[in-house]
Design a binder for this molecule. Structure first.
Ligand code: ATP
Length: 335
């Protein structure tokens, strides 16, 4: 038994002023984070914001250039082995062998974690069943769909149930059905008692899964709160409009700004514009607001081709929370 100073009454994660510098670039610029035990914590931000770097530091895969942290009560610098034994990272790093079947992969991981062959087999069977992968379990992983692969990645991280699971963008690129399946898995993992830190680029995902959310932008935490608190700052949704005539856009913008008292954004498409609706009050209020806006547009004789009501996008959330769009940082902008 290794001796360490773990204090189980402490939060799962306590990080203060984490800094990571790559060359001239401050990938993390003073991250403070507290994650309670048993919580699903959402770490929301655009490409290149610093989510993966934060996870890598907290999982002891990378050393910070500044700041301190305790993970599951263990000191990040002095007790790296103790942390490693209790956390699991899935997402961008899952070490699955593409030539082996899903079943074989899980059994090998079980052996690596010290399970007997029989125990490893049982655990693999249980996880494959729980993750709806019994069917493809006998096929090489190289032929799995994105959704199957992602579910197997998560299963791989749970061979020995960790106390803290880092899920790095578990649903990026998945279709809505696969995304829903992964959400269900995350809920199951959390219900079983594992603390989950989940990174995501989707506001809706953080809203669905996380009790507490931190928004990261350019290496800094720019907002934090429960989903309801953030939503009340972001607004209840966005109204997207397509006009019949692009020449009417300036008029439509003025009418909408007056009618809804909101920020109207012009899209690159000259026929399109959108407006963030004010803070949520209820579905009926949203309907009334939209109706009011439509009446005003009709009075101003603005022709509408299409109208959709959506959740605020990450861009819109960032605009509301930070005053600027969630633009990826310079290194991630494609040439
Ligand atoms: P993504 O959604 O793209 O994974 P992220 O929020 O996880 O984004 P990070 O991967 O943490 O962001 O990257 C943060 C910043 O640090 C980016 O500008 C990235 O280019 C840079 N970066 C990350 N790892 C390295 C590295 N090993 N060397 C140099 N720069 C790096």
């Amino acid at each position: 038994m290794s001796k360490n100073s773990s204090d189980e009454s402490r939060p799962a994660i306590e990080a203060y002023g984490l800094v990571k510098i790559y060359g001239e670039h401050r990938a993390l610029d003073g991250i403070d984070l507290t994650v309670r035990r048993g919580q699903v914590f959402g770490f929301l931000g655009p490409n290149g914001a610093g989510k993966t770097t934060t996870i890598r530091i907290l999982a002891t895969l990378t050393r910070p250039d500044g700041g301190t942290a305790r993970v599951l009560g263990h000191d990040l610098t002095g007790e790296r082995e103790a942390i490693r034994a209790r956390v699991s990272v899935t997402g961008q790093y899952a070490a699955l062998d593409e030539d082996l079947t899903g079943h074989e992969n899980l059994i090998i991981l079980g052996r690596l974690h010290g399970l007997s062959r029989a125990a490893g087999r049982r655990r693999a069977d249980d996880l494959l069943a729980a993750f709806d992968l019994t069917g493809p379990a006998g096929r090489p992983v190289g032929g799995y769909s994105g959704g199957m692969r992602r579910r197997l990645d998560i299963a791989a991280g749970l061979i020995v149930p960790p106390d803290l699971l880092f899920l790095d963008e578990p649903t990026t690129g998945l279709d809505p059905r696969s995304r829903g399946q992964v959400w269900e898995l995350v809920r199951q993992v959390a219900t079983a008692g594992t603390t989950v830190l989940l990174t995501t680029q989707y506001l809706e995902e953080a809203d669905q899964l996380a009790e507490q959310i931190a928004v990261i932008d350019r290496g800094r935490i720019v907002a934090e709160g429960t989903s309801a608190q953030l939503k009340s700052r972001v607004g209840s949704g966005a109204l997207h409009l397509r006009l019949l005539d692009g020449g009417q856009r300036a008029r439509a913008r003025q009418v909408l700004a007056d009618a809804l008292d909101g920020t109207v954004r012009l899209a690159a498409d000259p026929l399109a514009l959108s407006v963030l609706l004010p803070a949520p009050a209820g579905a009926a209020d949203v309907g009334r607001l939209v109706g009011h806006a439509m009446t005003r547009l009709a009075e101003a004789q603005v022709g509408i081709a299409e109208i959709t009501l959506g959740q605020p996008s990450l861009d819109e959330a960032f605009l509301a929370l930070t005053g600027h769009l969630a633009t990826p940082d310079h290194e991630d902008v494609p040439a």
